[in-house]
Design a protein around this ligand. Structure first.
Ligand code: 1HN
Length: 356
């Protein structure tokens, strides 16, 4: 019996003169021989392109303030420093499928209303009370909050807090642009009109209750567009204290869409992981590359053969199919995002739990 699992394929010999000449004529007809490219098209396992990388907040912050002194929020439309993975220079990608950046809005500034088919999430890093408006409702952005801008929802940001606000943006732009299916437009006004009081969405959809008609305003995206950190932290701390941590995933709760129990967004998965002080997780790898923002705590992440030390508000990339594990010096709360939900829908997502 031949081995059904042989993953190592012999290298192909260089084509001889007859084949080379044939390939040249094929090229002129927009044809190419599959057998010369097959191994690249169907790898035996993922070959991650992104590199592990960490952006320390202490380094980022002065650059954001400098950007704010050089360009107004209005001029920039969105004043953001893109977190560009070193393996994707010029491509505005943190992972193969996710865009990430850090946005700054100064006191008194407005980031004007627009909408696009790309979905966005915000994870707030520093705030004395800026806000974002989504689909007719404003939400104050507090440190650690997870805020969603659903596909095609009008959104504008403002800040009257007296201090700058900074947050991480993650968008599914590389996915949307892969399909070449993106649309966008500007609102006629700088800011959209507000039709509901602050907290309306959380009351309707985020209190373990749902309206009788069940449907939310945002299609496939959770109708809760702001998940406050105080609730997330309290839930996770309670679950962690019960001692039910997964050896590989720590204590993890995912942000869910209350309408169907699925992930909060249709293209981006987000969850919060707690790793207790002095504990570590076992290595695991999964087919989704991750962007992680440190909500609280200090520790070290091992990813492949690299070790990165992290502290509060640092952001790092963990490439797809690369073993990762955490060691927590203090209690860590880690906000994680990936394209897992999209891979799951396509039947592609896998994980491997390693014993080390
Ligand atoms: C966008 O609309 C925002 O609304 C942030 O804050 C970053 C990056 C690319 C395209 C659109 C925002 C963005 C973006």
């Amino acid at each position: 019996m031949p081995d059904q699992h042989a993953a190592v394929q012999p290298p192909s010999p260089a084509p001889g003169p007859q084949r080379t000449e044939f390939y040249g004529r094929l090229k002129g007809q927009s044809l190419t021989p599959l057998w010369e490219v097959l191994k690249g098209l169907v790898p035996p396992e993922p070959r991650p392109t992104p590199l592990p990388h960490i952006w320390h907040y202490d380094t980022l912050r002065p650059y954001l303030l400098e950007a704010a002194s050089l360009v107004t929020a209005e001029e920039a439309e969105r004043r953001v420093l893109v977190l560009e993975n070193p393996a994707f220079a010029g491509k505005s990608r943190a992972t193969a499928t996710l865009y990430a950046g850090i946005q700054i809005v100064l006191d008194g500034e407005v980031a004007p209303a627009h909408r696009h088919t790309a979905s966005a999430l915000r994870f707030v890093l520093e705030s004395s009370g800026g806000f974002t408006a989504v689909g007719g409702e404003r939400t104050t952005m507090r440190v650690g909050d997870f805020v969603i801008t659903p596909s095609w929802a009008w959104h504008d940001h403002g800040n009257a807090s007296g201090q700058p606000i900074m947050w991480m943006d993650i968008l599914d732009l590389p996915m949307v642009n892969f399909f070449e299916g993106g649309f966008s437009e500007h609102h006629n006004d700088q800011t959209q009109s507000i039709g509901r009081p602050e907290g309306d969405a959380l009351a309707r959809y985020g209190a373990g209750l749902l309206p009788l008609d069940g449907t939310g305003p945002f299609g496939k995206t959770s109708p809760i567009f702001s998940y406050p950190f105080d609730r997330t932290r309290a839930a996770l701390a309670t679950v962690a204290a019960a001692g039910s941590a997964d050896p590989h995933w720590g204590t993890t709760l995912r942000y869910s869409n209350p309408s169907d129990g699925g992930w909060a967004m249709p293209t981006i998965s987000s969850w919060m992981t707690h790793v207790g002080a002095g504990t570590s997780t076992k290595a695991v790898r999964s087919t989704d590359g991750m962007v992680v923002a440190v909500a609280e705590g200090r520790g070290t992440v091992r990813v492949g053969d690299k070790r990165m030390s992290f502290g509060p508000r640092d952001v790092f990339v963990l490439p797809n199919w690369t073993p990762r594990s955490f060691e927590a010096e203090s209690d860590c709360f880690l906000f994680c995002s990936s394209d897992r939900v999209a891979q799951e829908k396509l039947g592609l997502w896998r994980e491997e739990r390693l014993q080390a």
